[in-house]
Design a protein around this ligand. Structure first.
Ligand SMILES: *Cc1c(COP(=O)(O)O)cnc(C)c1O
Length: 392
């Protein structure tokens, strides 16, 4: 039953079903949000239980689920302080404000410049489109918020050249998602940490897409062995419920006392009850090891695909279950073809990269099935190209 899909009606694990009952294999996961796939029984029961209790009180009052989630994140990571948001962009806004306020409170009031990177994506608010620096996302929205300088990732000398006494922080995604699935090397991440230490700057990481287990570690930056000062997370943290967080070291967050920043919904009882349920699963013994193994299996299968289809696969990118295939044909067409003709859900990224972001519960059988579907799509393209031209 080929043809355009109808809206999804139901989901189970790695699969989504549209209104016609057609089954789709999900390597899109709501853009890395559905870390535990669809309809996870533990998350469903957590939401149902939370729905019977208090939905919302605002942060005027103590929210036990929020305190518990914050404490668990502190226990599991580098952070001493957590601020909850409803989205990734808000987590980045909090990160940027925290960095600037840290220096302001120290009396370094004009130290507010942030070095960021080309190919970055940090969200769609006025602040985060300026931080991302993508001209397509800035166009038409008035003057860009000041205080951001950009250079290409991977070049430490270029970063060094941008540092001035006004520079307060470096902001980077350890694996760029939207921009083209580019994983930073451990050496580059360590070099950025060293530059921040040398110049008394803060290192802010955007782990909204690559964090929360996606690369096979809790945070992607763990692969480089560095400790950041501030990390923004979202997407997988709520497993599909809108939730984000800004994590920071204690001294860095110290000046962000009540009143300096805030959010009405951020960390509300419903959201943080689900956040706790997601964390139950991700921190369960063996879960991240399994994600890591699947990330390695995906990389291996992608290499096989690249060998079989050298004319289609130009480059393999990414880390763990955030994988990219730079392809020779337009990625938009490929995403549509995979969805409509092969019932595989994927997403494009910059630089004509096909992005694969399966839920973290993916099995090797799912990976093999996805590879078969992508191979079949390449075959179909080749068949069209090989067919003798019709008409005059
Ligand atoms: C999705 C994303 C954001 C923005 O998150 P929203 O929830 O859409 O605001 C920021 N940074 C990265 C790396 C992302 O992938």
């Amino acid at each position: 039953m080929p043809g355009p899909i109808s809206p999804f009606e139901r989901g189970e694990g790695m699969r989504l079903y549209d209104q016609h009952g057609r089954e789709f294999l999900d390597f899109h996961a709501g853009v890395a949000v559905n870390a535990l796939g669809h309809g996870d029984p533990h998350l469903v029961s957590a939401l149902k239980a939370a729905a019977e209790k208090v939905w919302h009180t605002a942060n005027t009052f103590t929210i036990p689920e929020q305190e518990r989630l914050g404490q668990r994140l502190v226990d599991a990571t580098f952070a001493d302080a957590v601020f909850f948001t409803n989205s990734g962009a808000e987590a980045l806004e909090c990160a940027i404000k925290t960095a600037r306020h840290y220096f302001w409170a120290k009396g370094e009031t004009d130290r507010s410049d942030i070095i960021a990177f080309t190919g970055a994506f940090h969200g769609r608010t006025l602040g985060t489109i300026a931080a991302g620096g993508n001209p397509d996302y800035l166009e038409g929205f008035g003057p860009a918020a000041p205080g951001f300088k950009h250079t290409k990732p991977g070049d430490l000398d270029a970063v060094r050249a941008l540092i001035t006494p006004q520079t307060c922080a470096i902001l980077i995604e350890p694996v760029q998602g939207e921009g083209g699935v580019t994983a930073m090397s451990a050496e580059f991440m360590q070099g950025l940490r060293a530059l921040c230490d040398e110049h008394g700057m803060l290192l802010i990481l955007d782990e909204v897409q690559c964090g929360f287990g996606r690369t096979g570690r809790f945070f992607a930056h763990e692969w480089s062995g560095i400790t950041p000062d501030i990390v923004a997370v979202a997407k997988a943290i709520g497993g599909g419920f809108p939730l984000g967080a800004c994590l920071a070291k204690g001294d860095v967050a110290a000046s962000m006392v009540p009143g300096t920043h805030g959010s009405t919904y951020g960390g509300n009882p419903l959201a943080t009850a689900i956040g706790n349920a997601v964390l139950d699963r991700i921190l369960a013994p063996g879960f991240l090891d399994q994600v890591n193994t699947m990330g390695q299996r995906l990389a291996w299968h992608l290499q096989q695909l690249a060998q079989k289809y050298p004319d289609h696969v130009l480059e393999l990118r990414g880390k763990g279950l955030l994988a990219g295939i730079k392809i020779a044909t337009p990625v938009r067409d490929m995403v549509t073809r995979l969805r409509d003709d092969h019932q595989l859900l994927t997403i494009g990224a910059g630089e004509n990269v096909l992005r694969l972001l399966p839920p973290l519960i993916v099995t090797e059988a799912d990976i093999e099935e996805a590879m078969t579907k992508i191979g079949a799509a390449f075959d179909a393209i080749d068949a069209v190209n090989a067919a003798p031209a019709t008409g005059s």
